[in-house]
Design a protein around this ligand. Sequence first.
Ligand code: FAD
Length: 622
Amino acid sequence: SNDDKTKFKGTWRLCNLAVPLDQDPGKDFLEVSDELLEVIAKLLKFPVASMLPREPFSVVRKSFDARKEPKFVHTVDMDVQKLLSLEPRSWDFISQLQPKVGLVERVHDGGDFGHLMSIIQDCKENSEGVVKGENGHSIFSKELNKKQDTKKPKIAVVGSGPSGLFAALVLAELGADVTLIERGQPVEKRGRDIGSLIVRRILELESNFCFGEGGAGTWSDGKLVTRIGRNSGSVIAVMKTLVQFGATKQILIDGKPHLGTDRLIPLLRNFRQHLQDLGVTIKFGTRVDDLHIEDGHVLGVMVSESADELRLRSQKLECDAVILAVGHSARDVYQMLLTHNVELLPKDFAVGLRIEHPQELINRIQYAELASEVCRGRGKVPVADYKVANYIDKNDFNESSNSKVENRSCYSFCMCPGGQVVLTSTNPSEICINGMSFSRRASKWANAALVVSVTQNDFKALNYFGPLAGVEFQREFERSAAIIGGGNFVVPVQTVPDFLENKLSVTSVPPSSYRLGVKASNLHQLFPTNITEALKHSLVMFEKELPGFICNEALLHGVETRTSSPIQIPRDIESYESTSVKGLYPVGEGAGYAGGIISAAVDGMHAGFAVAKKFNLFHGDV
Ligand code: FAD
């Protein structure tokens, strides 16, 4: 009956739709292919696939699965009303479907998501209603302030990483007077600075792998995976906004989306142009050195501009609010906040080493014979990655081990298939590293951090106390790595078998993708024994999961210390305002509220809405 039919309106999600590798039309094909339509027809028990209309179906996720029969596994949304209107006979089949986890799920009827600007435009046009995420939560309401006569609030956004950019975008779209202040350089100049670091060993203190337009994530692998819920309305809004600025649409459906540095750079230029079109003042090469605070309220920021390597005198920029989106390498900012008694809490994080293997070896471990089809990122089979984790119970260690061992976890982090190891130091007397890649992930190398969780007990054990104990803890290892490497940004390395045996074999080290040179060293000198033991124990476990992982070509690089922020800046859960100073909004990774490009962008976006609400640019939920 028609009543029954209305019960079936909305969107149904069809999961686990597998198309064999050899029938897949290729990674640039984002529509429903004939082969996929056949699988859908089979699921719906619809007799003739070619009679099923394509339009009601949209691919929302596509992941490669190399286990047993290699295949692409799809998640597809089905617009039931559209299907019924185009093919009324389909009713006989879909009315028999029962929602079943993993096979057919009904998606909350929350409406479609646009990119952020279209959502905001939509809000401006409609003064009521709520935009809902697929999970039914509102990301913000559409109620706009009708007051036209108020002065535009002046907002200083400090930092142009993902969190600062998205905060600036939301606020500028909603009519605030935004100044975006970035100590580093725009991507064009930053690229040249990074080039001279790699080629001539010149580390520009304010323009490097951590500082500059786009923040730490620009010269990165550009992985867009996140642990904060891929299908949340906020994540979808961020992803669609990236597409609006030029990211490939593939990121919206790819099970493991990634961009790569070459795609991030033009995207950031488009982002910048859009902000400037909205009237945002962008100040590159301008560092915030201090906050101007009176009676517990921020009234402005003190900045110094760089010109021809000279720092000009500090000047004051007045503003109504400061969004602090400085990332976790701006250790000077943490120090400055302490001088104003802003509360900083030490936070647990993880430290360790970066491991590198030949990419072909990882392809072989993950895909066996299929490895030959990877074709350096050109084929349908994605360049192989891995993710390993090991929980270490202190009782796992045998009695003979005289080291003091605690329960910890050790895991791979920021794995870069087809990438390279890069220097992310912001000070020439320290060494810390990370990984980056280009979109095709075509290099010969696969690298990943292998890190061990550390807590305040570890900081105390090395006599580091107080809010910046974690920062000092990081710095200790970064300095040791620089000393062991012998200077000039040379990175200390050790093969995995040597590391396991605590020896330095005389044979020369295998090649590394790290461009500034490596030196064979005993990395046991770097960390306290308990961290080294945890790494050793975990490597042995990882070998069980990925046979071949321990080999002479596997090279450990020291050190990976900046996995996530070592502090958190407390803020109000609703308003995002610092609990210590009014008008200060700590956001993103540096404030301890994000870990990665997407979560930082989402945090910045939410903070943007919270600040907009505070200044009556926007009412409603954030
Ligand atoms: P950041 O991106 O760190 O941005 C902070 C910005 O503030 C910087 O541009 C800095 O110059 C500026 N700033 C700092 N102090 C001041 C000041 N006093 N005045 C003015 N400006 C200031 N994450 C992923 O999700 N996927 C990846 O593949 C990935 N790969 C990475 C590879 C590398 C090499 C690195 C270093 C990081 C990678 N990350 C990756 C982590 C990711 O980049 C960060 O989580 C993310 O950029 C954090 O965003 P944010 O906006 O909080 O801070």
